[in-house]
Write a protein that binds this ligand. Sequence first.
Ligand SMILES: [Zn+2]
Length: 245
Amino acid sequence: MRSLSAHDLLEVWEVGEDQHPLDRALTLLAVACPELTWDELAALSIGQRDARLLTLRERTSGPKLNGFAKCPRCAERLEFGMAAADLRVVAQPDAGEEAQELVMDGLVLRFRLPSSRDLAAVLDCQDPAAARNLLVQRCVIEASRDGVSVACSELPAEAITGLAQRMAECDPQAEVLLNLRCPACDHTWQALFDIVAFFWAELVTQAKRLLHEVHTLARAYGWREADILSMSARRRQFYLEMAIS
Ligand SMILES: [Zn+2]
């Protein structure tokens, strides 16, 4: 995996602005991992996808991430730094395997972990329970009791709940929780760290800043966009300072 160049960044921003976050995540990875096809990227489990996005963010902008949150009790806005290493969850040994197995109440369930494609398929579900049921059904490869196969539609509710839980355990990078404490009122809470939303918000800011830089330099020197973008950030910064002084 490589880092995103200034040129990549603008290209991803341009394509991703109109996309659903599920597709934005894949657009980012498609540029950084040209060795994988779109279908292969879409088949990664959400945890595998997020681990790659975290690595890409680290290679592109460094290991430090600046987070923001609002205290749910007193509405104080807090800013905090995070290290990419602290957001990386060590996957359980069996998480990389294609099919997993869960045995509960005499039921044997072989399943795979939900991917971007599975999440896209449940987007239109009316409520979270329906989405979870459909997700579980999509990911069950085989269900059987005493050697006799069981149809997915006949799985008891407890089996679906148990399976959803097991899927989350097998793919811990898919749900990273931050422990936060409000400096104003001392309230503590947990917030979900969403690498796609975080990365995208940062990328939008960077893309707009880059376009401003191109605008300023092109106007001052008459240079082409492609040439300005291919400069190192340091060199671009130096010219910018001279152009606006
Ligand atoms: Zn507070």
